[in-house]
Design a protein around this ligand. Sequence first.
Ligand code: AMP
Length: 427
Amino acid sequence: MTFTAPRGTNDVLPAEQPYWRWIRTTAEDMAAAYGYQPIDTPLFEDVGVFERGIGAGTDIVEKEMFLLQPRREEARRFALRPEATAGLCRAYIEHGMANLPQPVRLYWYGPNFRYERPQAGRLRQFTQINLEAIGSADPALDAEVIVFAWRLYEGLGLQNLTLLLNTIGDPAARAPYLEALRAYFRPYLDELDEDDRVRFHKNPLRLLDSKNERTRALLAHAPDLHEALPPAALAHFERVQAYLQVAGIPYTIDKHLVRGLDYYTHTVFEIVPPGAGAQGTLGGGGRYDGLIELLGGKPTPAVGFATGVERIILNLKANGITPPPLPGPEVFVAVTAEGTTEAAFALADELRRAGVRAQLAVGGHSLKSQLRLAGRLGVRYTVILGEDELRGGTVTVRDMGRGEQQPLPREQAVAELARWLQQAGRT
Ligand code: AMP
């Protein structure tokens, strides 16, 4: 009997790790530069955090949550987190972050879980980078998270992306519009597909981003959400655009852009690569002024963004962009005789304590095959510790680039190698 990883999950093997490290450190460095502090939250939360926060009627909560089997009847019900924002807001309330200077700017990285139909770019365990600015309604923050997203992709070398931007106002302004939208679609209910009929009843705003052709055709003459928004909401949207303009970031207003989660207000955005299908969105986000209150806090404006690491990697690969390699060993310590294994082990240990990345030969292979391995590892030097060297209190150092060898006194070997590597400019 053998096992395989669960459907929709990936093992990230060593060969893939340079992508992951590169994306993560790029985002982390940027977060620090923008004044966003790192935060982590648990992998699972009270189901209520998501039911209340994301919305009980959303696909994520209704169909896609991984519920944990409670051990006892009366136990609290938990779910693996399907996204980060609701848990982050729970943490903001629980730790009294409203008492800190506002806004609180937070950076978050980690896996999320959704029971979806796996396909390219759509996984059941996927990793997100999130940025959240909680506690201010300033439109500069909406623009700040958008600029962060844009600069992140830019920094990784992704080009020709499209920033789609919209405003959906707040629930009070939306309510009469949703009624108007229903009134418009009601005569055509029979012509809508099953999904869109459900949307009509449960969440008519989602009709705006329907993928169904008939619905899309009908939308051409549907009431315009922007015309229903109050001047303050439109002014907020104007400010966001003004900031994007001074940052030199191009955008396309898409009046049909609404996001899958219930909690969004005002600004919503998505960043899509060229020719992307439905699974192609690199990242997106927006303002969620009502969420903290929904979770039991005081009314608190907030804005944020999430991007999927796996999606970024797909796009990097599609564009032939390779990450910088991870640091490998600089020195290989070869072992040429049974009697020198301990001396070699001690030498490797000493090298590492001196800050030199050293890999020790194991397994008693021939010197030739050890040198071949050292070549494959890309080390700068191989140190050979044979019986002659041990007796003479020396080591033999082979410069792998030049193919030249020279002896060094054992006591000086570590310091010398460290110095040479320093001079050579470490890679
Ligand atoms: P969302 O939280 O649905 O707004 O998604 C934000 C971003 O997370 C998307 O643009 C994707 O990059 C990524 N993402 C969301 N769901 C998945 C998934 N099932 N598999 C892989 N990436 C995902």
